[in-house]
Design a protein around this ligand. Structure first.
Ligand SMILES: *Cc1c(COP(=O)(O)O)cnc(C)c1O
Length: 403
């Protein structure tokens, strides 16, 4: 009998009793809107902003409705105007180019390397060719590029960096928290990220002008002082008639459950990476399958794992994905012809008129991706790895010429 996996790849942990009680307290109060507070009361959303800023070691933080909203606000707050070119990763999730398109700007896609990070040579070339002033850098699936080299390219081309840290909340590059290299960082607290409020996000920065603009953009109804991590009042005075209200505020209910989760974020990150390492260990040294080697300076959070089947013909990859699925292991394939289930690629974002990137196409053609929810045990991870390796061996054996 072949081994089967029975778990669910989309099942996150339940919220803790403390988080549930915090949510119930907010519901009992009736004061769900972040600006609906009693005299002297610090609203949950404001308290969360102060706590997340402190966690990040950042001066300012604005809690918002989604990671996508945070990115759109970051683009506006850094001065991106309609028609501007904005550099971004070809390998990322749809809300990233979506945020660029949403402000009327033009995404310019930069290729991906075999390590799944942004191609720095291509970045330099595209920066020259496009005249872009802003890079929306996506740490897609938690892979952090060489940030030291990236910042050299960025300085040489005078780019402002906005970091998309949807998969790197709690991760570090060379000891520095992900999101602390660029001018602004954006985080998501959507269910499949590292904290779960269903939907939600943060914008984090040390720049007082960007922070004040972000507060107004989030829809502050002229209550900036009700925010938890903000610049001095004079910055708001200066800008208050210049910035539109885009109504993307976080509410107190989500903030209350996030405050509890922030307390155990670091512990959760360790648990994710243990599971990642358990899967990875089972996938090493297989014919035709490559794990992604992680740089020493990268303290990543293993909430998902990627591996490559380089040079496998598309029908073989499709058959492999099907066989894994039949045994309960859900993989996403970035080389599939049709965009589906969270997995589209730059070539599918036709509104952005993407230029083809042959090297990126080659990497994506053999790229597989799997979620690792914390509901999986280490034994589950070992079982999943056995199933994937069985099927990878079977797939390679059927195609002896390839190895
Ligand atoms: C999830 C995600 C986002 C933002 O997601 P929202 O659903 O808008 O909160 C941004 N970038 C990447 C790479 C993501 O996976």
């Amino acid at each position: 009998m072949e081994e089967m996996f029975e778990g669910s790849f989309t099942q996150q942990l339940p919220l803790s009793d403390a988080a549930i009680e915090a949510a119930v307290r907010v519901m009992r109060s009736g004061r769900l809107h972040r600006y609906n507070s009693l005299p002297g009361e610090v609203a949950e959303a404001a308290a969360l902003e102060a706590e997340f800023a402190a966690y990040m070691g950042a001066k300012y933080c604005v809690a918002v409705t989604s990671g996508g909203a945070a990115m759109a606000m970051a683009l506006r707050a850094t001065g991106v105007a309609p028609g501007d070119a904005v550099l971004s990763n070809a390998f990322t999730l749809a809300p990233v180019p979506g945020a660029i398109a949403g402000v009327g700007a033009r995404p310019v896609f930069v290729g991906v390397t075999e390590d799944l990070t942004i191609d720095l040579e291509d970045l330099a070339a595209k920066a020259d060719a496009s005249g872009a002033r802003v890079l929306l850098l996506s740490h897609m699936r938690g892979h952090i590029c060489d940030m030291d080299r990236l910042m050299e390219v960025v300085h040489a081309h005078e780019l402002t960096v906005i970091e998309d840290c949807a998969h790197t909340m709690g991760a570090r590059w060379d000891g520095t928290l992900s999101g602390r290299h660029g001018a602004v960082a954006c985080y998501s607290t959507q269910t499949y990220k590292h904290m779960n409020s269903g939907e939600g996000g943060f914008l984090v920065t040390d720049d007082e002008e960007i922070a004040a603009r972000a507060v107004f953009l989030s829809g502050s109804y002229m209550f900036p002082e009700r925010h938890g991590a903000i610049p001095p009042g004079e910055v708001f005075e200066r800008l208050k008639r210049d910035v539109p209200n885009m109504s993307s505020r976080m509410d107190n209910l989500r903030a209350a459950v996030l405050r509890e989760q922030l307390k155990h974020l670091d512990t959760d990150c360790v648990a994710w990476t243990e599971r990642y390492r358990a899967v990875e260990a089972g996938l090493r040294n297989l014919p035709g399958l490559r794990v992604i080697e992680r740089p020493e300076k990268e303290a990543f959070v293993g909430s998902s794992i990627q591996f490559r089947l380089p040079d496998w013909p598309a029908p073989d990859v499709a058959a492999f994905v099907e066989r894994c699925k039949a045994r309960g292991v859900e993989l996403k394939w970035f080389g599939a012809a049709e965009p589906q289930g969270f997995t589209s690629t730059y070539a599918d974002w036709r509104y952005a008129e993407p230029e083809r990137l042959p090297e990126t196409d080659r990497v994506l053609a053999g790229l597989l991706d799997m979620r690792i929810p914390l509901t999986f045990s280490l034994d589950d991870c070992a079982l999943i790895a056995r199933i994937i390796s069985d099927e990878a061996r079977r797939g390679s054996a059927a195609r002896p010429a390839a190895e």
